[in-house]
Design a protein around this ligand. Sequence first.
Ligand code: FES
Length: 127
Amino acid sequence: MFSINNDKAVGKDLTKVNKIIFMCSGFTCNKKGGEENIVALRASIKENALEAEVHTIKTLCTGQCESGPTMLVHPDGVWYREMTVSRAERIVTSHVMQGQLLENILFNEGDDGMDPAEVTSSKPACN
Ligand code: FES
């Protein structure tokens, strides 16, 4: 076991983060309102004073354009599809705060369009 001296690290202190939400900001998702969803999700995190525990990261295409906009909650391994502003807010108030998944927009392996090989591909589907 070793410890890392991060005295020289800059940026947000991630030591208290317990969830990271990856938000697709690829071309196709943005055409379908992805950026508005991201703004709403981040606003909800702030309104609920969860900035220390929840970190957000914009991604490029996650290979699921047909079902986008997409978001992924890590380390829960939960994918959400067809995001909207209200759904983004509910990820915070239901999933993050109460541990309740938004069952109606879960994106499960085996669903139409969900191809794990495509998701892990180094070549995004659209950008
Ligand atoms: S642009 Fe979001 S999944 Fe492709």
